[in-house]
Design a protein around this ligand. Sequence first.
Ligand SMILES: O=C(O)CCC(=O)C(=O)O
Ligand SMILES: [Fe+2]
Length: 313
Amino acid sequence: MPTPAIPTVDLSPFFTAGDDSGRKKAKDIIAEACTDYGFFQIVNHGVPLEVMNQAMELSKTFFSYSDEVKRESSSGPDAPLPAGYNKQPDHSPDKNEYLLMFPPESPFNILPDNPPEFRKTLEEMFKYFVKTGQILEDIISECLDLPPNFLKEYNNDRSWDFMVTMRYKPATETENNGITEHEDGNLITMVLQEDIGGLEVSKNGEWIPVIPSKGTLVVNISDVIQVLSNKKFKSATHRVVRPKERSRHSYVFFYSLQGDKWVEPLPQFTQEIGAKPKYKGFYYKDYQALRMRNKTHPPSKPEDIARLTMYEI
Ligand SMILES: O=C(O)CCC(=O)C(=O)O
Ligand SMILES: [Fe+2]
């Protein structure tokens, strides 16, 4: 049987007025992918190709520096938020290092001075990702038949968004885990992966490699959308398998929610249709704190990793 592909959606109709049939086509594909497994790719998404290429090259240069130089951009092991450069500790099954940033104006950011232009490009990437995230959020709100602007008004504070650029060292003969299978804890995640691949999504119980394609971004639906929609839309289960040939680089943007927001299944997906809520409500900051701890203090045992199942009813 041929490997089922991940659908690719052209977002250009959302950048021009009047293309209603183009918008409908895109929404139909997205709604289907979100209902089944929460994963799709986008093209003509608004992030310019030259900015993506430059960001990838600069990230490769940064990660090629010595640990000592990279650690100049670290916040230290006891920092409340893992801004700046970090490497997964040896006991973690996840083998990667990363540079994490909050919105460009955030006082938490620790951005490297070198390579020159890196900081400016990171900030530029961040702003483009926010714009694309807002378009995706509108589309998802419509696909869920929520009142116009519902998600936009609920999620009206962008200060908790964050972006990570990552490097995974090549797989060894015995071990190739980059990131263990997981779902993301935010609303919507966008990934720019290098042409070497490595990202895989679980679809109908099978791991499907997401084949990289120039200019394409990968999108996955994350836990908050799954909770709000009472599991109508799925938070994608995904993982990174390290390729053997060389290091792999990526950019991952976590379009998030302000911490004081209450997250629970919406009435449209529960009492209004006579369905029981599948999750208890929670403050986003409480869940986010546990998720950040997964990153900064990764548990050795998979069962100790904080995930959405803790709120399941
Ligand atoms: O590096 C990637 O392609 C994806 C990383 C990822 O899934 C994550 O950081 O949550
Ligand atoms: Fe992820």
